[in-house]
Design a protein. Sequence first.
Length: 97
Amino acid sequence: MERTLRFREDVLHLVPAVVHKDLTGRLQSVKQEWNPLRYELIAEFYRLTGIPLVLNTSFNVMGKPIIHSVEDALAVFFTSGIDVLFIDDYMIPKPAM
């Protein structure tokens, strides 16, 4: 996290998931030269939605520790309400029941 910034009133409704109760958000910058893949993901999301940010959060479920391995990620994926898991260049959809 770089810093905490206050959201403008006119954009709060666009990104409610990233706005804290005090109307702030935690900024993390991504530069193309630092992480080209993540930069392109954010740029494409911006092109599609007009919103120039994505939510970055811990990958865990309530009461369980934060995920530290592929095995942890798969265990949480298959035992939670998550529909699709991305690991590096792989997309793993949950099988239809």
